[in-house]
Design a protein around this ligand. Structure first.
Ligand code: NAD
Length: 332
C-alpha cells in the first residue's frame, strides 16, 4: 500500500504562510483631521499592538504637508473623512492598505491606489445606526419648525421615501415604521424583494415614483460619477406639497443651483443636510427656517459609531496583514 502524503494541504497553505511572514512589525497610521474619541483610539491601539504592529497617530492636522510627511514611512493607514489623493498615495512609499473607517470612500483616489497595488477598504454598516438616528432627528426638527414657537406637524402617517436601501437606508426604514410612517423605497441594485418585504417597506419601481410620493425623502445614495449632482430641480419639483428633503448622504449628490431654484419657486419645500452645501449662506438668507445644514458632518459622530468603525478598521488591517483577507476591499 502506498503511503498517503497530505501534499495538497501543505501546498494550499504555502502562499498564506509566505504572506504572513512578510507582513510583521508594520507601522499603522491613524490620520484623522477630525479625531476618533480617545476611547476608540485606545481600542485601536490595543488591536494594533497585540498583533505586534506599531501605532502612529496624526490627529487634528491642518496642513496637507503634515499628512504627506506622516504617510511616508507607514505600511497601513486608517482615515475618516480625510482625503487620500494621488499625491498622498505617491508620498506613501510603503503603503499596502488604506481603511476608511466609515461607509463612503469617495475621499480616496481609488485609481491611484489600485495603480500602486494598494488595497482600499471601508467598514460597511459600522456607523449606520448613528446616521439613521440623525436622519430621523432631522425630520422631527423640520416638522417642529426647528424647535421655534408655532404649530408643527407629526411624522406618524406621513410617507417616508428612502432613496437607496443600503445599510443606512434600511435602518431609517425600520425606524420610520416604528414611528408609524408609511415607508417606501427605491434601490435599483437590490433585486431580492424580500429585503423590503421583511421590513414592511413598499418597493417602488422608479425614482420618479419615489419622489412623487415623498413627504420626507431620505437620501442614502453614495457619491459616484453617476449620482453627483443628480438630485436637483426636477426631483424637488415633483415632490408633494410641504415635502422635506433630508440629506445624510453627501452634499455632492445635490445640484445646488437646481435645489435653490426649486425652493425659490415653491415656498413649501424644505431641505436639511448633514454638512453645508457650498451655497449655504445664500440658502439661509433666501429660505430662513426652510433650510438647515449641520456646520460639520454629524452623521457618524457618536461614541458608539466612532468605536465601531475605528475598531473594525484596525481589525481589518491586522487581519489583512496576517492572512491577506480582502473581504471589505472596494477597489477590486
Ligand atoms: P451602503 O453601501 O450600505 O448602501 C448604498 C446603497 O446605495 C446600496 O444599497 C446601493 O445599491 C445603492 N445605490 C448605489 N447607487 C445607487 C443609485 N444610483 N441609485 C439608487 N441607489 C443606489 O452605504 P450606506 O452605509 O447605506 O451609506 C450610504 C451613503 O451615506 C454613503 O455612501 C455615504 O456617502 C453616506 N454616509 C454619510 C455619513 C454621514 O456622516 N453623514 C455616514 C455614513 C455614510
Amino acid at each position: 500500500m502506498p503511503t498517503i502524503v497530505p501534499l495538497t494541504y501543505e501546498k494550499r497553505e504555502e502562499p498564506r504562510l509566505y504572506f504572513t511572514s512578510l507582513l510583521k512589525n508594520m507601522k499603522i497610521l491613524v490620520a484623522t483631521e477630525k479625531p476618533f474619541s480617545a476611547a476608540a483610539v485606545e481600542g485601536i491601539r490595543q488591536i494594533v499592538e497585540q498583533a505586534g504592529h506599531e501605532l502612529v497617530l496624526l490627529e487634528k492636522y491642518t496642513d496637507k504637508a503634515d499628512l504627506l510627511a506622516a504617510v511616508a514611512e507607514v505600511d497601513a493607514l486608517i482615515i475618516r473623512s480625510d482625503k487620500v489623493t494621488a499625491e498622498v498615495i505617491e508620498a506613501a512609499r510603503n503603503l499596502k492598505i488604506v481603511v476608511r473607517a466609515g461607509a463612503g470612500y469617495d475621499n480616496v483616489d481609488l485609481a491611484a491606489a489600485s495603480a500602486r497595488g494598494i488595497v482600499v477598504m471601508n467598514t460597511p454598516g459600522q456607523n449606520s445606526n448613528a446616521v439613521a438616528e440623525l436622519a430621523l432627528a432631522m425630520m422631527i426638527y423640520m416638522a417642529r419648525n426647528r424647535f421655534t414657537p408655532g404649530t408643527g406637524s407629526e411624522l406618524q402617517g406621513k410617507t417616508l421615501a428612502i432613496h437607496a436601501y443600503g445599510n443606512v437606508g434600511k435602518l431609517v426604514g425600520r425606524k420610520g415604521k416604528a414611528l408609524g410612517m408609511r415607508v417606501i423605497a427605491y434601490d435599483p441594485f437590490i433585486t431580492d424583494a424580500t429585503i423590503f418585504e421583511n421590513d414592511g417597506v413598499e418597493q417602488v419601481a422608479s425614482v420618479e415614483e419615489l419622489y412623487a410620493q415623498a413627504d420626507y425623502l431620505s437620501l442614502h445614495i453614495p457619491a459616484t460619477a453617476e449620482t453627483r449632482g443628480s438630485i436637483g430641480y426636477e426631483r424637488l419639483m415633483s415632490m408633494p406639497k410641504g415635502a422635506t428633503l433630508v440629506n445624510t448622504a453627501r452634499k455632492e449628490v445635490i445640484d445646488e443651483e437646481g435645489l435653490k431654484r426649486a425652493m425659490s419657486e415653491r415656498a413649501d419645500l424644505k431641505y436639511i443636510s448633514d454638512i453645508a452645501p457650498a451655497n449655504a449662506a445664500e440658502l439661509e438668507e433666501l429660505f430662513g427656517k426652510r433650510f438647515f445644514a449641520t456646520p460639520k458632518k454629524q452623521g457618524a459622530e457618536t461614541a458608539e459609531a466612532n468605536m465601531n468603525a475605528g475598531l473594525a478598521a484596525a481589525r481589518q488591517i491586522v487581519d489583512y496583514l496576517a492572512t491577506g483577507n480582502t473581504r471589505f476591499q472596494v477597489n477590486k
